[in-house]
Design a protein around this ligand. Structure first.
Ligand code: LIP
Length: 297
């Protein structure tokens, strides 16, 4: 459990919101400057031909890293594009970083500079900046900026979940309370690996008849924030990374949802993932996910 005081956690949340906001503003500006053609020309691929990284992903992470370095230079940052390093750039062996993080005497900032990069590339309005702060592997602060929506979701451990909307108004947010899974709107996502996507499609086929409907929005961070505000009743996904889900899981949990980080298992040997569900259907949801192989160990 985190030993940081509420004041410390509030301060971390406040800075995560400011940093996510700044990155979101840059992303909006740069997309307008580059336009579709130059944006595509600037993008490369990573784990597969359909896993893109754009120039703006890199610029966003560079900005966020610089802001964190100014605020807490001897913390560590795990970024989707830049990996794990000390915030101020001082070289530290990964083993030493892991020891300091597991000892809890340093904080880890987990950053996805653009979550939903494919949507960003195609101009679809569902992509976010996700910044989580973890102490000894426990997420204690998180902010997710909905870039097209000009709003920021945020939460601190034990402090509840909130959203600052496009007008600047701040509201508490709460997960939904559907009667049962058959009445629940479920969100999920799919891997960049074609074989895994086919497997995940077969799982969705089994699930579709057991819930109200399925949504595939393209950003884990946004899926989790929509669970937090009650717009999605339950979410699950395999094949995502900690930077995709860390902040969103805290926000959903602080909004009253039941969350679970998923370790690799026999069905998905190389894949972690996450689940977030309204409390009224979480047991039924996890039981169905187990039946269809998402949770099989
Ligand atoms: C994305 C996730 C999404 C998943 C996509 C992709 P990225 O993250 O947020 O839930 O379905 O395949 O992994 O790559 O845009 O940061």
């Amino acid at each position: 459990m985190s030993t940081l005081s509420t004041n410390n956690i509030s301060d971390l949340v406040e800075h995560a919101v400011v940093f996510a906001d700044a990155a979101a503003e840059t992303i909006r500006k740069r997309r307008a400057e580059l336009g579709n053609v130059k944006l595509r020309e600037s993008s490369q691929t990573k784990s597969s031909e359909v896993d893109p990284v754009t120039l703006v992903d890199l610029e966003s992470e560079k900005l966020i890293r610089s802001l964190i370095a100014e605020y807490r230079p001897d913390d560590f940052i795990l970024g989707e594009e830049g990996g794990l390093s000390r915030a101020d750039g001082v070289r530290v062996a990964e083993g030493s970083i892991r020891r300091r993080l597991s000892d809890g005497d340093a904080l880890e900032w987990v950053v996805d500079p653009i979550d939903g990069t494919v949507n960003f590339l195609y101009g679809l309005p569902v992509f976010a900046v996700s910044i989580a702060v973890r102490s000894n592997s426990e997420t204690i602060a998180g902010a997710v900026a909905d870039v097209p929506g000009h709003r920021v979701f945020f939460a601190g451990k034990g402090l509840g979940a909130k959203v600052r909307d496009a007008t600047g108004e701040i509201k508490d947010i709460h997960a939904s309370a559907p009667e049962n899974l058959a009445q629940s709107l479920v969100a999920t996502g799919f891997s960049y690996d074609a074989a895994m996507r086919s497997q995940q499609g077969a799982v969705v086929a089994k699930l579709l008849g057991k819930c109200r409907d399925i949504r595939r929005l393209g950003s884990a961070a946004m899926d989790l924030c929509l669970v937090a505000q009650g717009s999605i009743d339950a979410y699950y996904e395999r094949g995502i990374k900690v930077w995709d889900y860390a902040a969103g899981c805290l926000i959903a949990q602080e909004a009253g949802a039941v969350i679970r980080e998923l370790e690799p298992n026999s069905i998905y040997p190389s894949s972690s993932g996450a689940i977030a569900a309204a409390r009224t259907v979480s047991d039924e949801f996890e039981s169905i996910l187990s039946d269809v192989g998402v949770l099989a160990d």
